[in-house]
Design a protein around this ligand. Structure first.
Ligand code: DGJ
Length: 741
C-alpha cells in the first residue's frame, strides 16, 4: 500500500495510513502549506480548498493562504518563523518556492543525528520536498516520514546553500504546524532536579507560550516534548497532538495564537543560542521532530510514542532484551567504598536474585568526594587494588553482571587531564569559568577531544568483563565558547557540542554492542528522545522516594516507554525528601520501569531480605510484560487532590496485566472504592491475584475470576472494608496481577 500520494493536478501531497492524514499543498506562489493534520481523510481527493485563513492587511497578497510549513520572517507573516536566514546584505526575507519532491520507501538516516528508523522499507514512506529561494540560493528540504502502523509523522529539515555567498542560519526549526484554531490546552513536562517532568497543562491564550532549554542539555526544567489536547480530551477519549524532538541540546517548543485565533506550533533547536554559517555548497541537517496525532486520548498518544521509541528509536542488542535487575552502590556507599565492601554488597545481591552490580561514581583518579578527578579514567588502586578487572571478576564469579559509571563530558580542575589540557575545558579566555558541582565541561565540539575520550573509555570498557555503562552528566553548560571556532561562528558551539556527544556515543555503542548503556544527567536532566537512540534506558530522576516518583514516572510516561525508565528501590528515610515509605510501596512503584536497588544490601534486615527476594522474583516473572507491554494510566497524581495513582501494563494479546494502585495519605472512613480498568479484553475472564499476598477483606472479595467487561464497566475492588483501611497507614500500594485462563 502506498502511504504518500502526489496529485499533480492539485499540487498536493497526502500522507495517510488510515490512522492519521497529513495533507500538504503547494500554494500558488510556490510556498508549501499545511492543508490538514489530523484524522485520516480519504485518498485520491483534492483538499485544496482547505487552505487556511488568507493574508490580511497586505493589499497585494489578500488571496494568499498563510498556513506555511517553512515560514520565514519579515514579509507579512508576523508569526513565529521556522527558518531565519541572514544574507550578505543583512536581510532575512526569503521567497521559498517548491522546486521538486521525491517519494521513497522506508526512511533515510539523518546525517550525524539520532533519528527514528525502519528495519524494512515497507514500514514507512518518506517524501522530501525542496523549497528554494532563488535570490539567496538557499534550499530547504523538508522531510516527512509516515509510519505504516502508527499514527506518527517524523519530520526534519535540511538546509543547503546553493548560492554564491555565505549565509547565516539564525533559526532552523525542525517542525512547524499551523493549526486552524486555538481551542487547545498546551501540555508540557516541567520541574527541576529531583522532580523532573511533572505534567503542566494550560489553555492556549493569544500570543506566544513556550518552554525551552538554554542550559546546553535538554534539562531537568523542561523536556523536549509537548502536546496539544482539546480541553475535553481525557486519557481515553479526544483529540491530541504530541510532538517530541529527537535532540538532547538546547531546544524551544512554542505555540503562538495570532489575532484571528489560529495557532502555530514550532519545535527545534533554541534560536536564542544558535546560529550556523552555511558556506556556499555546504548543508546542515537539523534534528527530527516526531508528531503523533490521535482522537483516542492521551493514552493512545503515549502508546504511539512508546511503540516507536521502544522499537524504532532505541537500537542495539538490548533493545528487545529484558533488562537486568541491578543494584547500584551510589546511595549505599557514595564515595566511601573499597573492593571488599562492594563485593559484600554484590554477594548479598546475588543471594536476593539481583542480576547486575553497578559501580557508581568514585572508582577512578583520587575521587573521595566530588571535587576531583573527572577526566582521569584510571582506576583508583587505593580503593580497588586489583583494578576494575579484579573487582569485576569477583562480581561475575558470583554470577552477577558487572557495570560501571562514567561521566565523559566532564573534567575536574583538580585532575591530571586538566593539568595537561586546561584549554580543553569550555570557557572564554580571560573570563572566570562558572563551576557546577566543582567541575568543568570538556569541549566536545572538538574532534580531538572526542577521539581522546573514545580512546580512554574504550580502555576502561576493555579493562574487565563490563556489560553495563551508566553515562552521567552532572552540570549544565556555561560560558559557551570554543577555541576551535572563529568569532563569527561561536553560535554553532552548543549544537556542535551535542553533535560531539552523539559521535562519542555512536562510536562507543558501535564498538561495544553487547554493553547496555543507561544515560543519566544528574538524574533526568537529559531524558530525551535523542539519547534514547543510543542508550535504551535512562536514569529517570535522582529522587527515589516512592511518592515523588509517582508524579515523575507518570509525567515521563506521557512520551517515554517504561523500558526507558530506570526506577530503583532505595533506603529510608529517603535521601532526597526524608520520607519513610514501606519497602513494598517502594518496590511497587519502581517495578514500573527498569527495576533495581540503590542501597547497601548488607544493611537489609533478615525480614527485608525475604521481602526483597520476593520483589526480585515478582519483577523477573513480569518484567517482559512491564517493559514491553502497553502502559495505561488510570488515575493520576495530577488529577484532583492527587492522593491516588493507578496504572496498568497490559500484554499485547491482552491476556495478562499488572496493575499498580497507590495512595499517598490514608484517610479515615473510606467508601468502597473501585477502579475501572482499560485495555483489557472485555470477553476474557481474568484471574486476579494480589501482591504482596494479602488475605484482607478486599483481597478475598476479589478472589476468583472477573470478566474484562465487568472490570471495565464496574471496576476492580480496591477497598471494600473500613476496618481494613484503618490499619494501612500512609504510602500504601497494592499490585493486582490479572491473567486470563
Ligand atoms: C548523579 C546521578 O544521577 C546519580 O545517580 C549518581 O550517579 C551521581 N551523579 C554520581 O555522582
Amino acid at each position: 500500500m502506498s502511504l504518500i500520494e502526489w496529485r499533480e493536478v492539485d499540487r498536493q501531497l497526502h500522507l495517510t495510513n488510515g490512522l492519521l492524514s497529513q495533507v500538504l499543498g503547494i500554494h500558488d506562489g510556490g510556498a508549501l502549506g499545511l492543508l490538514h493534520l489530523g484524522r485520516p481523510l480519504a485518498p485520491d481527493r483534492s483538499y485544496r480548498h482547505l487552505t487556511g485563513p488568507p493574508f490580511t492587511g497586505f493589499s497585494n497578497r489578500l488571496a494568499e493562504p498563510i498556513t506555511l510549513e517553512c515560514p520565514t520572517p519579515a514579509s507579512g507573516d508576523y508569526r513565529i518563523p521556522g527558518l531565519v536566514v541572514e544574507q550578505p546584505d543583512g536581510s532575512t526575507v526569503l521567497e521559498l518556492a517548491y522546486a521538486g519532491h521525491r517519494i521513497t520507501p522506508g526512511k533515510p538516516a539523518l546525517d550525524g543525528l539520532p533519528a527514528t528508523y525502519v528495519e524494512s522499507n515497507d514500514e514507512a514512506e518518506t517524501v522530501e520536498v525542496d523549497l528554494r529561494d532563488a535570490r539567496s540560493g538557499i534550499v530547504a528540504t523538508l522531510s516527512y516520514t509516515i509510519f505504516r502502523d502508527l499514527p506518527v509523522i517524523a519530520r526534519s529539515l535540511r538546509l543547503r546553500n546553493d548560492g554564491p555567498a555565505p549565509l547565516t542560519l539564525r533559526c532552523a526549526m525542525s517542525a512547524v504546524v499551523d493549526l486552524p484554531d486555538d481551542g487547545w490546552d498546551f501540555v508540557h513536562l516541567s520541574g527541576t532536579w529531583a522532580r523532573e517532568r511533572h505534567v503542566r497543562t494550560r489553555r492556549l491564550v493569544p500570543g506566544r507560550q513556550s518552554i525551552s532549554s538554554n542550559r546546553g542539555h535538554s534539562s531537568h526544567v523542561h523536556n523536549p516534548f509537548v502536546a496539544l489536547r482539546r480541553p475535553a480530551t481525557t486519557e481515553e477519549h479526544g483529540e491530541a497532538i504530541g510532538v517530541a524532538l529527537v535532540y538532547s541540546g538546547n531546544f524551544l517548543a512554542e505555540v503562538e495564537v495570532e489575532p484571528f485565533g489560529t495557532a502555530r506550533l514550532r519545535i527545534g533547536i533554541d534560536p536564542e543560542t544558535f546560529s550556523w554559517d552555511l558556506a556556499p555548497g555546504s548543508s546542515l541537517q537539523v534534528p527530527e521532530a516526531v508528531i503523533v496525532h490521535t482522537t483516542d486520548g492521551l493514552g493512545a498518544m503515549s502508546d504511539a510514542f512508546h511503540r516507536l521509541f521502544r522499537g524504532r528509536l532505541a537500537r542495539g542488542a538490548w533493545r528487545d532484551r529484558p533488562r537486568p535487575i541491578l543494584v547500584n552502590n551510589w546511595e549505599g556507599t557514595y564515595f566511601d567504598f573499597d573492593e571488599e565492601r562492594l563485593v559484600a554488597i554484590a554477594s548479598v545481591a546475588r543471594d536476593l536474585g539481583i542480576e547486575l552490580f553497578v559501580l557508581d561514581d568514585g572508582w577512578f583518579g583520587k575521587r573521595d568526594d566530588d571535587t576531583t578527578s573527572l577526566g582521569d579514567w584510571v582506576v583508583d588502586r587505593r580503593k580497588l587494588p586489583n583494578g576494575i578487572d579484579g573487582l569485576a571478576r569477583r562480581i561475575t564469579d558470583l554470577g552477577l553482571r558487572f557495570g560501571i559509571w562514567i561521566e565523559p563530558e566532564m573534567v575536574s580542575e583538580r585532575s591530571e587531564l586538566f593539568a595537561a589540557h586546561p584549554d580543553w575545558a569550555v570557557g572564554i579566555p580571560g573570563r572566570p569559568r562558572t563551576e557546577g558541582r566543582q567541575q568543568l565541561v570538556l569541549d566536545l565540539s572538538r574532534p580531538e577531544i572526542v577521539d581522546h575520550l573514545e580512546r580512554v573509555l574504550s580502555d576502561v570498557f576493555r579493562s574487565g568483563p563490563i556489560s553495563y555503562v551508566k553515562w552521567d552528566m552532572n552540570r549544565s553548560l556555561t560560558e559557551p565558547w570554543s577555541a576551535a571556532l572563529p568569532p563569527e561562528r561561536q553560535g554553532e558551539f552548543l549544537h556542535r557540542f551535542i553533535l560531539g556527544v552523539y559521535e562519542l556515543y555512536r562510536r562507543l555503542t558501535t564498538a561495544f554492542p553487547e554493553i547496555l548503556f543507561e544515560s543519566c544527567a544528574g538524574g533526568g536532566g537529559r531524558f530525551d528522545a535523542g539519547l534514547l537512540a543510543y542508550a535504551p534506558q535512562a536514569w529517570t530522576c535522582d529522587d527515589t522516594d516512592a511518592i515523588e516518583r509517582l508524579a515523575i514516572q507518570w509525567g515521563t510516561s506521557l512520551a517515554y516507554p517504561l523500558s526507558a525508565m530506570g526506577a530503583h528501590v532505595s533506603a529510608v528515610p529517603n535521601h532526597q525528601v526524608g520520607r519513610i515509605t514501606p519497602l513494598a510501596t517502594r518496590a511497587a512503584v519502581a517495578f514500573f520501569g527498569t527495576f533495581g536497588y540503590e542501597l547497601d544490601t548488607t544493611r537489609l534486615t533478615e525480614s527485608e531480605r525475604v521481602a526483597v527476594r520476593d520483589q526480585v522474583a515478582f519483577y523477573r516473572e513480569h518484567r517482559e510484560l512491564i517493559q514491553f507491554g502497553r502502559f495505561v494510566r488510570l488515575r493520576g497524581p495530577f488529577d484532583g487532590d492527587g492522593n491516588e495513582t493507578a496504572w496498568v501494563v497490559v500484554s499485547d494479546d491482552r491476556r495478562q496485566a499488572v496493575l499498580g494502585f497507590y495512595r499517598a495519605l490514608n484517610r479515615p472512613s473510606p467508601g468502597p472504592s473501585r477502579l475501572r480498568l482499560r485495555g483489557l479484553d472485555p470477553g476474557l475472564d481474568y484471574r486476579i491475584s494480589i501482591w504482596p499476598p494479602a488475605d484482607d477483606a478486599t483481597a478475598l472479595a476479589n478472589a476468583g475470576t472477573r470478566r474484562g467487561d465487568e472490570l471495565a464497566a464496574v471496576g476492580l475492588l480496591i477497598e471494600g472494608d473500613r476496618g481494613e483501611a484503618a490499619h494501612r497507614g500512609d504510602f500504601w500500594a497494592r499490585l493486582f496481577v490479572l491473567k486470563a485462563d
